[in-house]
Write a protein that binds this ligand. Structure first.
Ligand code: PMV
Length: 333
């Protein structure tokens, strides 16, 4: 007997970043992180469970065709399938196809959405309906820790780890509670040279690492409070400060990691100019060159217009807070 399921899961953008692991293999973070789940940057994943045979991983293209997944990508998926098979105590093989709604070469965080979708699709193909905290733990174990946050919608906190089984993300506020927009300035379409996994491993070698750790409890409190009170003007400056600190640590790690490109700075400068002109917008940057510009709905059209006018910006994606993953009947094969 075979069983098939398709899950669609969103990417998320971190306000307070996961950077540095207590246990890299288990993706147990040193510090808590807070993110906003997106609505439009989505990964779809169809999984079929078969009684025998070998696992098979493909990428679905928009015309419906299936191609073999690149080796490095396939390897991470195969490892996660093995983990899920042993967690569920089942045998047999999986046939997997994935697709991103956003350009997967755009260097946007597709691993969080991809692994959240894969985890949910595998469990459903096995006929399991797991509570969200168990899904969060399983998604985290993919190694892409931030996938732990992509199984939930709205505004999400993922605590620092102590016990591997209890390290799961929880919702702080629902997507309906606060309409925050994320206008993404795509600068770089190359895959990043140093993975975030590598970055977590090097983080503690930065002389500024401890300084950020000391600042984080205050930042976490302030971000939670700003979300609770929908205080965008209080959220924004902390989110910017936190993004710059992540890159400060990356750039001062040994060996150093430089994710920014010249156009990253061009966008950062443009966002500051927006504020000088009374437009409430703040940037944040994950482990890459692309810049996420957060704003409220009334500011979005002008933010988009100004980002599109910058010479180093290749594309502008409009996203917003979203409600989390879902099961779909539209299978990829
Ligand atoms: O989940 P990972 O291992 O890809 O790490 C995510 C790292 C950042 O995107 C920079 C921060 C975050 O919390 O999402």
């Amino acid at each position: 007997m075979t069983a098939k399921a398709t899950a669609i899961a969103p990417a998320n953008i971190a306000f307070i970043k996961y950077w540095g692991a207590l246990d890299l293999a288990e993706a147990i973070p040193v510090n808590p992180s807070i993110s906003m789940t997106l609505a439009r940057c989505l990964s779809s994943c169809t999984v079929e469970h078969r009684p025998s045979g070998r696992d098979e991983v493909t990428i679905a293209s928009s015309d419906g065709g299936l191609q073999d997944a690149p080796a490095a990508f396939a390897r991470r998926i195969l490892e996660h399938l093995e983990r899920l098979r042993s967690a569920a105590g089942v045998r047999g093989s999986f046939r997997v196809a994935t697709r991103n709604s956003f350009p997967s070469a755009a260097g946007l965080a597709s691993s969080a959405s991809g692994f959240a979708a894969l985890t949910l699709a595998v469990t459903r193909a096995l006929g399991l309906e797991l509570p969200v905290r168990e899904l969060s733990v399983l998604a985290r174990r993919s190694g892409s820790g931030s996938a732990a946050r992509s199984v939930l919608g709205g505004f999400v906190q993922w605590p620092a780890g102590e016990n591997a089984d209890d390290c799961y993300a929880v919702e702080l506020a629902a997507s309906d509670d606060w309409d925050v927009r994320d206008v993404i300035a795509v600068i770089d379409t190359e895959p990043k040279r140093v993975s975030s996994l590598e970055g977590h491993g090097r983080a503690a070698s930065s002389p500024y690492y401890e300084a950020r750790q000391n600042l984080l409890p205050g930042r976490i409190r302030a971000v939670r409070d700003a979300i609770e009170r929908r205080a965008f003007g209080e959220l924004g400056p902390i989110v910017e400060e936190e993004a710059v600190d992540l890159h400060l640590i990356a750039m001062s790690s040994r060996p150093p990691i430089f994710y920014w490109k010249p156009s990253t700075l061009e966008v950062m400068r443009a966002v500051r100019a927006m504020r000088e002109d009374g437009l409430d917008a703040y940037f944040t940057i994950d482990a890459g060159a692309n810049v996420h510009v957060l704003c409220l709905p009334e500011a979005e059209p002008e933010v988009v217009r100004r980002l599109e006018a910058l010479s180093g910006v290749r594309d502008v994606l409009r996203d917003r807070v979203g409600s989390g993953p879902r099961i779909s009947q539209e299978h990829l094969f």
